[in-house]
Design a protein around this ligand. Structure first.
Ligand code: NCD
Length: 311
């Protein structure tokens, strides 16, 4: 790969760099006017081969708020992928038109292939059931603002831990801070993949528990990260229908939870969190949405600076 800095996996960023991105995002929140011209004349290409609301629109809003412009497509069918063009050729082509790429693709590894062929920075905006590092940055900014630190947290991940790429990336990020305890709550069929357990949790010596019961460890949790069952990754609809409502968080299920629990969800929500919980001060999922825009602004600035595209 060339020496350009891309963001494909959250481990592409050091703990120090994550701290700097969070500091920049907090500064943008406090002083938005200071950043409104930073990307004047620069272009972000959003190449989305899979559906998205928050990720694509937050990238676009981020670039507009930095004074830049956006081009791209929101479905594979409207790009030359529909004619059989490779990801490598698409990346080379878009490098002629834009300064930075955000790519979402159903195939694991597609953004890495794009990065190996592009002459501009590439950001992975979600690759299949693999990783989603910019959602993790949004999650980390939210945790930093809610909890003040990433140390000594007990985090419960609930739902589709097999295909939920946001879970894989967030576990990877949090495993680098001390005192982490993880509770993995899922049906048997949707357990965390063993590559994440082996290469992340076991390697870092993080204590973890696997259970199918949402309420069992509720009193221990500082953060409860709910996820949707990922219908589009199932091989058959019957399995999806059987598993889709495995967990539904209702006020009753929170009766033994900590007063300062943070309830997170990358969204979209299907049925996993009852709408009554939206009024609960512990609900953080719409804060994650907003934080996602600010941290993506910080990320675009960092990558364009390192590429020498902006000062
Ligand atoms: C997530 C994704 O695309 O992985 N959504 C998002 O980007 N916020 C979660 C999901 O689709 O369930």
């Amino acid at each position: 790969m060339n020496t350009l800095k891309h963001l494909i996996d959250i481990s592409d960023l050091s703990v120090e760099e994550i701290g700097q991105l969070i500091d920049t995002a907090n500064d943008i929140i406090a002083n938005p006017g200071k950043y409104s011209e930073k990307c004047r004349g620069k272009k972000l290409a959003t190449l989305f081969f899979e559906p998205s609301t928050r990720t694509r629109l937050s990238f676009e809003a981020a670039m507009y708020e930095l004074g830049g412009n956006v081009l791209g497509f929101s479905e594979a069918q409207s790009s030359s992928a529909a004619k059989g063009e490779s990801v490598a050729d698409t990346a080379k082509t878009v490098s002629c038109y834009a300064d930075i790429i955000a790519m979402r693709h159903p195939k694991e590894g597609a953004p890495l292939v794009a990065a190996q062929n592009a002459t501009i920075p590439v950001i992975n905006a979600g690759d299949g059931g693999h990783f989603h590092p910019t959602q993790t940055l949004a999650d980390l900014l939210t945790i930093a603002r809610e909890k003040g630190s990433f140390e000594n947290l007990t985090v419960g991940f609930c739902g589709d831990l097999k295909f939920g790429r946001t879970v894989h990336s967030l576990i990877g990020a949090l495993s680098r801070y001390s005192g982490l305890n993880v509770v993995l709550i899922s049906p048997e069929e949707l357990k965390l993949p063993s590559y994440v357990k082996q290469e992340v949790l076991k390697k870092a010596g993080i204590p973890y528990i696997q259970t199918s019961n949402l309420e069992e460890y509720m009193p221990n949790l500082d953060i409860l990260y709910m996820t949707r069952v990922q219908r589009e990754r199932f091989f058959n609809e019957e399995d999806y229908l059987r598993l889709k409502d495995s967990y539904i968080l209702t006020p009753d299920k929170l009766k033994n939870a900590k007063k300062d629990l943070s309830i997170m969800h990358p969204l979209p929500r299907v049925n996993e969190i009852s709408v009554e919980i939206d009024q609960d001060p512990r609900a953080c999922y719409f804060k994650q949405v907003l934080n996602g825009k600010y941290i993506r602004m910080a990320l675009i600035l960092k990558l364009l600076r390192e590429a020498g595209t902006i000062a």
